[in-house]
Design a binder for this molecule. Sequence first.
Ligand code: G6Q
Length: 558
Amino acid sequence: MSEITKAPISPLNTLPAWNSLTTHREVMRSFVLREQFALDPDRFDRFAFHFDDILVDLSKNLIENQTLALLCALARECRVEEWRDAMFAGAAINNTEQRSVLHTALRNRSGRPVKVHGRDVMPDVKAVQERMRNFAEGVRSGALNGYRGDKFTDVVNIGIGGSDLGPKMVCRALTAYGDRSLNMHFVSNVDATDLMETLRVCKPESTLVLIASKTFTTQETMTNAFSIRHWFLESGAPECAVAQHFAALSTNTAGVEAFGIPAERMFEFWDWVGGRYSLWSAIGLPIAISIGYERFEQLLEGAYRMDEHFRREPFERNLPVLLALLSVWYVNFYGAETHAVLPYDDYLSLLPSYLQQADMESNGKSVQKNGADVKWPTGPVIWGEPGTNGQHAFYQLIHQGTRLIPADFIVPSVSQNPLGDHHEKLLANFLAQTEALMKGKTRSEALAEMHAQGMAEHLAEALASHRSFDGNRPTTSIVCRTLDPQTLGSLIALYEHKIFVQGVIWNVNSFDQWGVELGKQLAKQILPELEDDDPVESHDSSTNGLINAIKEMRRESW
Ligand code: G6Q
């Protein structure tokens, strides 16, 4: 197995390429994108990359050839190739949990075996996929139905985090391919409002419930699971009907059986599938139900094609590597603290929140793989909203604020909902924003504009600095032909591997999430303290004060 996991590495900030990049950054202080475009008519051709039906334009980034050459050298010095190969080969690169990281096996369509502890996992993967196909198609056709013979009309996925965000985002993104007679619902929050508002529109006799939980112990999910089972039984459904209306997507067979879901309704996955990388596994069952198994396979195919690209292309043309390196460039050499994801497609409205988890839970770390503190900034804050909505809200800060915010702009060329000139307007805005962020507007241009409008000189002078823009704000444009399942699969895998490469460079374990544990532990401690009338004194004064005030308010309202 791979030696890379044991190889000593020099600290990132002592590597030769890091030092060269530090020097290069000084040179780049005088770099002005607008001037570069004027000087070099081939800039787009130099920095635009094609992958299947996706075009990725990096030319509006603060880079020149030398920048990418040095960044690629950094990736090599960080041994990204070896880490990548180790991941695909099933090495236990999640070192704090001693686990392989093999979401790529779930979409491995090459026929190659993938071994974990010397055993090929592909037969198990294929067997579960075959069961998913039968189940999904059975629900869609009506061959599998409710205990009174009703066709299922509503599918409620109960899960949280990785067992919610991926399938929810994809189902939303592929609505145009979904079966409109099946309403897909995703309940995640332990706030009963989430479940109650969902159940208002569901009928127990025609509702299929998927309990999605890798561990089958997560507090929120199990609370919602028991509550929805209660809702179902309270409607008069017999206990034995639970088996017909519930299915589980999990790694915990014993937990699933204890809940009352029989083995044939459990869709298994494995500890080498991380929660936030699990939409390709049984956790993707709601996707397969919504769009049909064949299209789910197209999603897998798209991801597989990106996997192959990531495995084979030299770094200089390797899209996940290039996107990761750009992020490193901005985070570590420009001090960027956030990164915006701006999809110009309403179907991708959940992509920013999906990527928030994928990126921030993976690379929001301050300890290196060996336990030493990191001495360099790691994962940025990921945020965003669909365009054009964001333009009327927060883009002001991206254009004229004091912070550098690299942004990904994503758009399909062809709309799934052609209507009048809506899509042309959407595209025009997409293009205009990246152009404006790159070009800016000089003071003299702002003045000339105001003079042309006949504005008095003193007023124009007073307003000139308000109405000028520095520009030089970096953006990456990702344009696809249309948002079909295969393209979406490639896009998600592109971001997954980007995150992986960043993690290798920052030398953090992108596949654990210990930071979420403390809050869970404390919540368990606080829960019983909320249930009695006694004043609480066991915490700090703020937490005690808040607990006691909440208890008082609740007493008053009873
Ligand atoms: C993802 C995280 C986390 C996880 C949820 C749900 O990578 O591990 O978001 O997916 O906590 O966990 P279960 O699937 O075990 O309920």
